[in-house]
Design a protein. Structure first.
Lengths: 235, 634
């Protein structure tokens, strides 16, 4: 256990925890959009910023990807922190003014949000889907399109590799804005504009998983398809 | 050099606008880029206004637009911040601005510098705009109230500390980012643009980029070399991609003498442009020093062979065992060659100034020859004790190879101390781990023999004097300190030089025994003969040779097409490492590099260094701070 000082209070933190995890464990609320407890931190939304004392100076840092150290001093509610979070939220709102998750976040951090319907469902590049696809599913069907020196990519975006996708729907589940759409009808599932054949449960007859996903699981685990074609409720 | 009107470079303010006596400008302040001077410049580290009449708001807008191209867009602050700043500035220049816009620009600029995820956002994306608003506020205020401003085009160039340190100027943050995002294939394509031997360089580069890495000041450098290797290894594991064919063929034939890194790089780029390329190679295999100088335990031959095979498949005709003993220009012209590139390397060992070294004693073998013989399949009988003379990479390679061949004792004699040793630090470390002994401050003075066979060396102790031209302290012999060292074999490995007899009286040679060329165009005194690599630079690194090959291809292309050769923008004279603030960066350990156990290593020539797994490579790539540096000028 580490002894830390957060917002002037003496608290304990687990060795190896990030500042964000330490705060969460101590019930100190920190806003996040791109964080998920089961995924590697990404530091994209910049909403989780806090101040840490480093070399005798208070410095702003994202808390999701910075480890907390023994005797660390952290501020999560100073004016500087509030101002910084507000600016990050304000910029997100500037770019995605109609997306509900962004509007709600901006409003909660003191940004003046205009009246109007939250009908947008923009991709805010939080990287939750790319990380889920890589770290949890392991098929790497979603990747960032990089921008940079000599690469003519006008806007940052996420690329969908249809050949690699198994249609599991994890990305749609984890997406905070509703950008990733998944629809089911009969024996088909549509996701990212790709149509997947669904498998019906051998016992109850319910369409419960895409064939490609079951094949993938079978390949990974060595469990034969005949076993996998029974849904979890009937097992 | 005239003094500047204003400079905020490196955070140091020089302000001569009010007609005050001109203050001396810091040596690090850019006054020109390449050979060209400018009226105004904005860069990652500030702004420099040479001409007081420069249009600062227009330049600031141009800077933001260039910065937007480099912003990765993954964090919400940098790219959206730039978007909002651009909109505000465009409004002001269009005469639609309000007074509060200026305060708003200031607030967002500060936010981007403080909140951005990477070092581009923090240190480069908006820094000079911060200075412009602060020191040229009046220029922005005059735009309020309906008065329209002007805009004009500017030039832009990008570098990074690692990129700048790389002799071949690889887009290191770029290919690391692609690995981070799980795009190994695209990463390799980006690497190949300037490094056509990625698997080779990923294993054996001296990696000056890693010394320049900004992470050094925080925790430890990115493992840049190993990440390049990951991109190459991943491609091999995926079934090996081919090189992209030229879009159109050109009829002009180009001859290249020597299939080392310089020759191969030139051949690749010339083929990509569509030229017909023939390489004449003296040895039975290509790769130059990568083939006959770097032992298998550092670079398994299959890696090099694969990368050469790709260049051959692209259409470069490599003719092996074809040593050019005399360059016959008439013959080459008759054969239809329009341009010739000499890249013969430096394969001849230099003398160590030791009595008996020229006598041809049995057991006295030059280091370069020793490694070459070994690489070309000659069997070497291990003897009792071998003594290697020298402290460079070739000396280490000889010593470590000897251990693997089964020599009972391997000792290096070096005339200076470990601190001055030119070999890569990890190479020295690994050699010591394996059991190589090193005697410092010792040099041989004469070879001791029994009949015609080497039996040892008479040595003298040295002490260090004042630094010489290389910056290292010069070794001075200590009189009367002579002593004997037993040895069954002596391998001098102190340096190499090119064998230029084949171009005697044809091209001029420098005092160093290298070919003299124009450093920009790599052209010799003959208009269609170019030269590069070790035969011009003297023994240098593989990546420097690759750079010569990259460069000469552009130069030969310009010559063949009757264009003037345009060198790339140079950041020479600007400290690319310097930046004003980085903010808080959490320390993060480098991904572990696994090495074969020293005891297992010396049993054979198996590769010592294990690769990163793809997952480990992606994790390591995630440590990159993305320190792109942008300059915009006009």
């Amino acid at each position: 256990m580490l002894n830390v000082m957060i917002d002037g209070k003496k608290l304990e933190a687990k060795d190896g925890a990030t500042i964000l995890q330490a705060c969460q464990a101590n019930h100190i609320p920190i806003p996040t959009l791109c964080f998920h407890k089961d995924l590697m931190p990404f530091g994209a939304c910049r909403l989780c910023v806090v101040e840490v004392k480093a070399n005798g100076k208070w410095q702003v840092t994202s808390s999701c990807d910075a480890l907390i150290k023994d005797k660390a001093e952290v501020r999560t509610n100073s004016d500087k922190v509030k101002e910084s979070r507000k600016l990050a939220a304000e910029l997100l709102y500037y770019k995605y003014p109609t997306t509900k998750a962004v509007r709600d976040m901006a409003e909660s951090l003191g940004v003046e949000v205009a009246e109007g319907k939250a009908e947008g469902s923009d991709c805010i590049l939080c990287g939750l889907c790319t990380r889920t696809c890589h770290e949890i599913v392991g098929v790497d069907a979603l990747k960032f399109v990089d921008r940079g020196l000599g690469r003519n990519v006008a806007e940052p975006k996420i690329e969908y590799v249809a050949d690699a996708c198994i249609g599991c729907g994890s990305c749609a589940y984890v997406c905070p804005t509703g950008f990733v759409k998944m629809e089911a009808s009969g024996d088909r599932r549509m996701i990212w504009d790709k149509s997947f054949k669904m498998v019906a449960c051998g016992k109850c007859g319910r369409y419960f998983a895409p064939e490609d996903q079951l094949k993938w699981i079978s390949k990974k685990t060595g469990v034969p398809m005949s076993v996998l074609t029974v849904c979890t409720s009937c097992k | 050099m005239s003094a500047v009107s204003f400079s905020s470079w490196n955070g140091k303010i020089v302000d001569n606008r009010t007609g005050k006596a001109a203050k001396a400008v810091d040596a690090g302040v850019p006054k020109m880029l390449g050979d060209k001077s400018f009226t105004a410049l904005m860069g990652w580290n500030g702004m420099v206004i040479a001409d007081a009449g420069a249009n600062v708001p227009s330049l600031a807008l141009a800077y933001l637009k260039e910065a937007r191209k480099l912003s990765c867009g993954e964090c919400s602050v940098c790219s959206i911040g730039i978007d909002k700043l651009t909109a505000l500035l465009e409004g002001l220049i269009a005469g639609k601005g309000k007074k509060q816009d200026i305060a708003e620009i200031e607030r967002i600029v500060k936010g981007v510098m403080e909140l951005s995820k990477c070092n581009f956002g923090r240190a480069s994306a908006v820094t000079p705009v911060f200075d412009a608003i602060r020191y040229y506020k009046d220029d922005f205020l005059t735009l309020i109230g309906g008065k329209k401003g002007a805009t004009r085009p500017y030039k832009a160039a990008v570098t990074a500390p690692c990129l700048e340190a790389c002799p071949a100027k690889l887009d290191i943050p770029g290919y690391i980012e692609l690995i981070r995002n799980n795009k190994f294939g695209e990463s390799l394509n980006l690497i190949r643009k300037r490094c056509i031997l990625p698997g080779v360089i990923g294993r054996s580069c001296t990696h000056p980029c890693e010394e320049a890495c900004v992470r050094n000041g925080i925790d430890k450098t990115l493992a840049i070399r190993l990440l390049k290797r990951s991109a190459a290894d991943n491609d091999l594991a995926q079934g090996a991609s081919a090189l992209k064919k030229p879009t159109a063929e050109r009829p002009e034939k180009v001859a290249i003498v020597g299939a080392g890194p310089a020759g191969l790089a030139a051949a690749y780029h010339l083929r990509r442009m569509g030229y017909q390329v023939t390489i004449f190679e003296a040895f039975p295999k290509g790769g130059g020093m990568a083939a006959v100088g770097i032992p298998d335990y550092r670079l398994p031959k299959g890696i090099l062979e694969h990368e050469i095979k790709l260049i051959r498949e692209l259409g470069a005709d490599i003719q092996y065992n074809k040593r050019i003993t005399k360059l016959d220009m008439d013959d080459l012209t008759t054969q239809g060659f329009k341009a010739i590139f000499l890249s013969v390397g430096a394969h001849e060992g230099t003398k160590i100034g030791c009595k008996g070294e020229d006598a041809g004693y049995e057991g006295f073998v030059d280091g370069a020859v020793f490694l070459r013989d070994l690489a070309l399949g000659k069997t070497v009988e291990p003897k009792g004790k071998v003594v290697i003379v020298g402290g460079g990479n070739v000396a280490m390679d000889c010593a470590r190879s000897c251990l693997r061949l089964g020599f009972k004792e391997v000792e290096i004699l070096y005339r200076r101390t470990r601190k001055e040793m030119p070999a890569r630090p990890e190479e020295i470390e690994e050699a010591l781990e394996e059991g190589v002994k090193v005697r410092y401050l010792v040099a041989p003075v004469s070879v001791l023999v029994d009949g015609n066979k080497v039996k040892g060396a008479e040595c003298i102790r040295m002490k260090l004097g004042a630094p010489d031209s290389s910056g290292r302290r010069r070794p001075i012999p200590v009189k009367g300190s002579e002593f004997k060292v037993k040895a069954d074999m002596i391998i001098p490995a102190t340096g190499q030089k090119p064998d230029l007899r084949f171009v005697k009286d044809l091209v001029p040679v420098t005092g160093w025994g290298t070919i003299e060329v124009n450093p920009e165009t790599l052209r010799t005194n003959l208009e269609n003969v170019f030269a590069g690599g070790d035969c011009v630079s003297g023994p240098a690194t593989l990546i420097e040779a690759l750079d010569a090959g990259n460069k000469v291809a552009r130069s030969i292309d310009a010559y063949l097409q009757g264009r003037t050769f345009e060198p790339e923008v140079s950041f020479k004279g600007i400290d690319v490492k310097a930046q004003r603030a980085i903010g808080f960066v959490d320390a993060c350990a480098q991904e572990k590099v696994n090495l074969l156990d020293p005891k297992a290593r010396v049993k054979g020539f198996a590769e010592v260094e294990a690769p990163y797994s793809d997952a480990a490579a992606m994790k390591e790539a995630n440590r990159c701070l993305r320190c792109y540096r942008l300059v915009v000028w006009g």
